[in-house]
Design a protein around this ligand. Structure first.
Ligand code: SAH
Ligand code: SF4
Ligand code: F3S
Length: 451
């Protein structure tokens, strides 16, 4: 065991979903509160936190290649960084990482990272430690205050998953569904707005399963929480992700028609279009019930932009069943979507199901699916041409005087500043959508509203 000097600089690298991004921000705040500074761009940090994702095989393999790269860079610089592995790979394969990667001195799961400072103190003494406990929600109370925040901020309101889709590791890596208490969320939302947020995306593996007691002691669901957060002064926009079709209630659908701050966007993963495949996935909905649900959202908010997740090549998926997925895509007309090749995950029921699909077949299906999704995304973008909408300015564009932001429908919109306007990050500006590309829109600035 060798002791070492305490780290002066850190870097947190987050992979995977937005909840990991949120956790990464909280870990960075925790390290900053210990007096450790973020490493400058391009500089090797003394402490590196790899905040990992376990959802697909490639994501997990990345961790080991990253550890290798860090040790190599450390050898070249004559100084090895302290390495902590956090996130879902840490939770799922903590022991294995410790055995396989001696350069790693800390393994910390997604529910235990508030204890990072203690682990760090031990790591400096030369001890290696693993903490993959899952104390219910304890971490939030133990984390430091929120600091400066980008205009579009994340707020984790719910964690874990009880759905046990047969392909998925999340119920194992993130544990059972739990909702953070109402009062904590209202307080954190206010702090995010005070720190610069104009938009808050409420996060959860199954965010629409959130429930809690409001300040009058009434049981409310996600829609009730959104209604109350819409009252927070200075907050311009609310979004939420990710939802499961089983937890969408009438109140949430109605909220889309009633609350101006709730953006017209819904990410609702479906995974497949064949009912037999959906049953084998343990999805608890059919293609038809999913389409009916989308119709109800469209009735409440006709311009709502729809998004989804898809898996191709689930074990046993036939060509005809895959065609059902393409038919569902045609029926919906998604504004955007994510699609993946099925990846067998250790310990999940689907990993040992018969009829595993050959990689070439998956590649070919993924290509066809993505061609259809790209076609629909461009069609959606073209369909918004000529609309005048609000754009939340999130960052500078590539060229001077250029800005990038998001439309209500989550499209990336770039626009050039007009002389005399002077837009700034965090402004909600009004723009005409004048040009449509596959991945972004060009806007023409109409009006800058003071932030
Ligand atoms: N809780 C969310 C997100 C889960 S992970 C939900 O249920 O929608 C995000 C996406 O990854 C999933 O929607 C699914 O499309 C994909 N995914 C999950 N496990 C996978 C696996 N084993 N192989 C390929 N894709 C997977
Ligand atoms: Fe995974 Fe299914 Fe839970 Fe989503 S709902 S996190 S896909 S088990
Ligand atoms: Fe990945 Fe864990 Fe999120 S497995 S997708 S980081 S919940």
């Amino acid at each position: 065991m060798t002791t070492r000097t305490a780290p002066q600089t850190y870097r947190v690298k987050s992979f995977g979903c937005q909840m990991n991004v949120y956790d990464g921000e909280r870990m960075a705040e925790l390290l900053a509160a210990q007096g450790i500074a973020p490493a400058a761009e391009g500089e090797e940090a003394d402490l590196v936190v790899l905040n990992t994702c376990h959802i697909r095989e490639k994501a997990a393999e990345k961790v080991y290649s990253d550890i290798g790269r860090l040790t190599k860079a450390g050898r070249a610089a004559g100084k090895q960084p302290l390495i902590a592995v956090a996130g879902c790979v840490a939770q799922a394969e903590g022991e294995e990482i410790m055995a396989r990667a001696p350069a790693v001195s800390m393994v910390v799961g997604p529910q235990a990272y508030h204890r990072l400072p203690e682990m760090l103190a031990r790591a400096v003494e030369g001890e290696r430690a693993t903490d993959t406990d899952m104390p219910a929600i304890a971490k939030f109370a133990a984390l430091p205050e929120r600091r400066r925040i980008a205009p579009a901020a994340f707020l984790t309101v719910q964690e874990g998953c009880d759905k046990f889709c047969t392909y998925c590791v999340v119920p194992y890596t993130r544990g059972a569904e739990i909702s953070r208490p109402y009062a904590d969320l209202v307080t954190e939302a206010r702090k995010l707005v005070d720190a610069g947020a104009r938009e808050i995306t409420l996060l959860g593996q199954n965010v629409s399963a959130w429930s809690g007691a409001n300040d009058r002691g009434h049981r409310i669901g996600l829609a009730g929480l959104i209604r109350d957060l819409a009252e927070v002064d200075g907050l311009a926009r609310i979004r939420y992700t990710t939802s499961h079709p089983a937890d969408m209630d009438d109140d949430l659908i109605a909220a889309h028609g009633e609350i101006d701050k709730l953006m017209p966007f819904l990410h609702l993963p479906v995974q497949a279009g064949s009912d037999r495949v959906l049953r084998a996935m343990n999805r608890s909905h059919t293609a038809e019930s999913y389409l009916n649900l989308l119709d109800r959202f469209r009735a409440a908010r006709p311009d709502i932009a729809l998004s989804g997740d898809f898996i191709v090549g689930f074990p046993g998926e036939s060509e005809a069943e895959f065609a059902d997925t393409l038919a569902l895509v045609d029926a919906v007309g998604y504004a955007q979507a994510f699609s993946f090749k099925y990846s067998p995950r250790p310990g999940t029921p689907a990993a040992t199901m018969p009829g595993q699909i050959a990689p070439e077949v998956m590649d070919e299906r993924l290509q066809r699916l993505q061609a259809a999704l790209n076609r629909d995304q461009l069609a959606f973008n073209r369909n918004t041409l000529g609309r005048t909408c609000e754009v939340l300015v999130e960052r500078k564009g590539k060229h001077p005087g250029q800005w990038l932001g998001k439309s209500p429908w989550l499209q990336s919109v770039w626009f050039a500043d007009e002389p005399g306007h002077g837009a700034a990050i965090g402004d909600v500006v009004t723009a005409d959508l004048v040009e449509a590309g596959p991945n972004s829109m060009r806007g023409a600035l109409r009006q800058v509203r003071a932030a």
